[in-house]
Design a binder for this molecule. Structure first.
Ligand code: FAD
Length: 433
């Protein structure tokens, strides 16, 4: 299974059962995976084959598809390409592999070493000293280059002892902040992420139907448009993959420390710096940026008796994929943005579905559609067209919302207008599936 161009013979890998989630489908598969650190582009490349599986044919067909592959060692976004004559699909991924890896032959942790500078931006100047203000922090300034140079930075590398800026969280917010610092020429920062991979919301939420509800051309960084979005409202795997790619594109791997949950941050008045505790050790920072996410801690509702409910209970952000909902009596609590995606996906499979609604939400058609090959070509080769599409979406969404059909305050149990799927939130008795 050697990859062309990979000659050093050092490979990690995994063989065994895995689960592939492609769009709404979830298929148990057998995989053979390999991976290696590629010093030329500074990224970890992983690839392999999925053993023939009839279910996969129905899901992926004969083309390419984006998916999330999960093994006992972890999850990662990936791309599937055409099956070979034996109906084995090829799977490839960059950066975060779904299996544990060794260090590279050179002893460097994955993803760092040759972390490339931004490809489409003016190269950020490397530190001449530090960001402004470091002059008043001689000790900090002295420590920083040493930490950066000797610490073999990377997701698993030791924490620096002091940074100018510590960013908490590697979701859209943390990655965006890190890119902004890089683009401004700053290098004395670190991103502390409690999970094993970047992605935030889009790494954690894998419930059936998980999709963005703002069009993808808008729900992406303005400076990093993605001409490859496959749908106007992309699925979770594609958005997570986008965040992984942006992380690589802006050379951020060496700045991110994974599995480093911040447990305490205290402002030290005497030294004028933050003292930060993490599950991987302590550090100090002049500036602390919280990008820990407003929705990153799932909360189960405080319903009397919930703790003694005998059936499985799980939050949409921690979907229990091991529990088969087919034919079961299922209660969904809430009619917010996640429920509206989950319910139409699971309703055809479950035996009976009860949806509990407290406050009705307005539901409008989403107009999701496939983005054609011609559009993708245009966005890639004439980037201005994608910028125009983004601007058009932005302006159209700034229009005032149409007035509700019933003037005045909405009654608490009012029904909402039908969605594109024909599903209506219910406030009445349980809905039979
Ligand atoms: C299912 C779902 C769909 C959504 N769809 C949309 C949409 O379509 N459009 C839209 O505008 N918004 C949407 N949102 C809102 C979404 O949360 C934001 O758009 C955005 O992704 C938030 O990014 P973030 O970086 O602020 O937070 P997150 O993506 O939550 O990232 C926070 C990161 O911080 C890490 N973290 C938290 N605490 C610590 C700690 N103590 N130490 C270290 N790391 C920590 C977390 O592990 C996580 O990786 C959606 C949210 C959900 C849950």
């Amino acid at each position: 299974m050697a990859e062309p161009g990979h000659e050093d013979g050092h490979e990690d890998g995994y063989e065994g059962p895995a689960t592939l989630v492609a769009g709404p489908a979830r298929v148990d598969v057998q995989v053979r995976l390999r991976g290696y650190f590629q010093p030329i582009d500074g990224r970890y490349h992983w690839y392999g084959r999925i053993e023939p599986n009839e279910d996969l044919t129905g899901v992926v067909g004969s083309g390419r598809a984006r998916a999330v592959l999960t093994t006992p060692g972890g999850s990662a976004p990936c791309e599937l390409s055409d099956p070979d004559p034996w109906q084995r699909y090829r799977v490839t991924g960059l950066s975060t592999p779904p299996f544990a890896i060794q260090t590279t032959p050179a002893g460097q942790p994955r993803d760092e070493a040759a972390a490339p500078e931004p490809r489409n931006e003016a190269a950020a100047p490397e530190p001449r000293g530090e960001i402004s203000g470091a002059a008043q922090q001689p000790q900090a300034a002295a420590q920083q280059p040493q930490n950066e140079a000797s610490g073999a930075p990377g997701p698993a590398a030791p924490l620096p002892s002091h940074v100018r800026v510590a960013i908490i969280g590697a979701g859209f917010g943390g990655i965006g902040a890190a890119i902004a610092l890089r683009k401004a020429g700053h290098t004395g920062f670190v991103v502390l992420e409690r999970a094993a991979a970047v992605g935030g919301t889009w790494r954690d939420n894998s419930y059936p139907g998980c999709t963005c509800d703002v069009p993808s051309h808008l729900y992406s960084f303005s400076f990093a448009p993605n001409p490859d979005w496959t749908r106007s409202f992309s699925r979770q795997a594609e958005i997570w993959d986008y965040l992984e790619r942006v992380t690589d594109r802006y050379g951020l791997r060496g700045k991110i420390r994974c599995e480093a949950a911040m447990t305490e941050a205290r402002w030290d008045v005497s030294r004028a710096r933050w003292r930060i505790r993490t599950t991987r050790g302590d550090l100090t920072a002049d500036v602390l940026v919280s990008a820990a996410g407003p929705l990153s801690a799932p909360a189960l509702p405080d319903i009397p008796g919930l703790a003694s409910f005998p059936g499985p209970v799980f939050h949409s952000a921690q979907w229990n994929h091991d529990f088969d909902l087919a034919g079961k009596r299922v209660a969904v609590v809430g009619t917010g943005a996640s429920a509206i995606q989950i319910v139409p996906e699971i309703q055809p499979r479950v035996g009976r579905l009860v949806l509990f609604q407290r406050t009705p939400a307005w539901v409008m058609p989403r107009h999701d559609r496939k983005i054609s090959g011609a559009e993708k070509w245009l966005y890639r080769h004439v980037p201005l067209t994608q910028r125009a599409a983004r601007l058009g979406i932005y302006l159209s969404r700034r229009r005032p919302a149409p007035p509700p059909s019933t003037p005045g305050p909405r009654p608490r149990n009012a029904g909402a207008p039908a969605s594109s799927s024909g599903w209506r939130p219910r406030s009445g008795p349980p809905a039979a599936a």
